[in-house]
Design a protein around this ligand. Sequence first.
Ligand code: KIV
Ligand code: NA
Length: 267
Amino acid sequence: IKKIRTVHLAEAKARGEKFAMLTCYDALTATIFDEAGIEVLLIGDSAGNNVLGHESTLTITLDQMIPLVAAVSSAAQRALVVADMPFGSYQVSPEQAVESAIRLMKEGGAHAVKMEGSAYYAEHVRAVVNAGIPVMAHIGFTPQSEHALGGFRIQGRGDASAKVVEDAVTLAEAGAFCVLMEMSTNATGSAVNKALGPVPTVSIGAGADATGHVLVWQDMMGLRSGKMARFVKQYANLHHIMKDAASAYRNDIRSGAYPAPEHGFEG
Ligand code: KIV
Ligand code: NA
């Protein structure tokens, strides 16, 4: 199996091809997505919400991220494995960013890291890239700054578009191999993709023009129920499938249908 490398994402953009990215937080899911040909697996800090039951992405720690990263890295044969730098693991200084990124690579086995932030974080990106670690920059709506941004708001509207494009260009110049844009207007997403030239982009609710697209897997497969963001397309209803299976199992136990003779050991 030929592994997906960061250079392949740039090649996709050059050829006018697209790639798919999904979040992933465990080994069995990584195997499934890898077999399906998903090019990039992201151990997002959204594991805080989707795995650990936290209310936001702000509270997951680097120590909590690492075992999840290691699980995905060990199971993925082909996909590029990108690990999120959680809140508090890089904001202090470029040195802190390098130390945290090293842990995600060394203890987690990631192939690259992702860091949220504006052009201010160019120094942090440059330091991590200089350590030999590929960095995906995350701009537009950045959930770790939820409280500073005044909640879940679409970024890059009107006059704010130029600033998002400037952030993207500065971070790419600092060495980011890819720029991910979250919840921004279609026009801003399009402008960023164009301004970055050969550097590939990923969109989540930032228009269709990006090189790749990403969704949280529990959202797009309907494992999580409840109100979804506008950009989520639902491809399955795992919530119902799992609930039905759990109920059928319980009913079988109560009726005596499970375990049946074939589930026991003779002799
Ligand atoms: O943590 C996450 O899931 C992300 C996304 C871009 C979906 O950062
Ligand atoms: Na994230």
